[in-house]
Design a protein around this ligand. Sequence first.
Ligand SMILES: [Zn+2]
Length: 193
Amino acid sequence: MDLPKTRAEAKACGATHYFTGVPCSRGHIAPRKTKGACVECMKEDWAIDNEKRKSKPKTEAAKAAGKRYYEKNKELVKARANARPAEERRRHKLAYKEQNPDLYKALTSVRKRRHRDATPKWITADQKLAIRQLYLSAIRMTEITGERYVVDHIVPLISPDVCGLHVPWNLRVITQTENLQKSNKLVDTHAPE
Ligand SMILES: [Zn+2]
């Protein structure tokens, strides 16, 4: 390492860090900040502070500040969220779901009703089973690949032109990404000129 060996040396040359090679009081052998402590100690302290902050419920002021930040930096916040590892995104989504149970109950019941309304009376037990298999294979594909798979209605159940049915031959298993691209395209196609 090319860092100065002492704080005095670091100060003299204006370096932000120095490295003595001697363990700190917590036993880290790590660079130290010229105007601070061992960088590993600082990381530990930040982690403790973060945990403390997260375990406390957010104040109204903090919530409002978060909302204002989001409104100002929507694209950045979304890009950052999408850049997170899949595992982390899943965790966040689950946490959001747990915090908003009513919203998710409502969404599920809307989806169920939409499927029921789009299922023809003449559907057979075998066809119902085939639909179930598709949903199970989406779950399996997600587990195997780590990428989220969903069941897509090839002709959408709700579309301006024609309404699709909730039947096996109108269903296919595709990735969430493909599904989102499709819905964007549909929105584009039907956008006013
Ligand atoms: Zn340390």
